[in-house]
Each structure stands twice: as structure tokens, then as C-alpha cells.
Design a binder for this molecule. Sequence first.
Ligand SMILES: [Zn+2]
Length: 96
Amino acid sequence: MGDAALFRNLETFARELGIRLGRQLVERLAAEHRALGETAPPPALAPSRPALMPGLAGRRRRPGEPPPPCGKPGCNRPARTRGYCQTHYVQWLKSR
Ligand SMILES: [Zn+2]
């Protein structure tokens, strides 16, 4: 029957359409990437962001690693969140 041939034509059409769309997408992404590269340096070369909080390491501590001291001057408690002890973290959180 002609149905099988029609189906095969449709399948070929769909596959080629998909390939064409995929190529267009890749080309558009590449063009956007080039445009971005002209205006802004790649993230690796961008200046690193300054630390938000004193004592904030920017990473999770390993288990057993001693916590840094609280970032609040005069506070001797170990930092727990964002470089502050629990008390001063809550103060900082409420002052935002
Ligand atoms: Zn504190």
C-alpha cells in the first residue's frame, strides 16, 4: 500500500526537520556565545566576586573541620552560617 511509503516519507521529513532545527539551534547558540564573548570576558577571567561576609569560606566545611570564628568583631563564638554565629547571623538576616 501507499501508506507505508507515505509513512516513510513523513519519517524522513521529520528526521530532516529535526536535524535542520538542531543545526539552527546550534548555530544560534554559537552566535550568541560569540556575541557574549565580545562584550564580556569568559567567567574564568572575570574578577572574582568579593566575599559577602567576613569568615565566609565560600564552600562547605568538611566534617571535622573546625569552624572559622564569627565575623562580628568582638564575638568569639564559632561561625555557623554565612560567616556569623547563630546570634549574629539572625541579626544580619533581620537587618537586610
Ligand atoms: Zn557572633
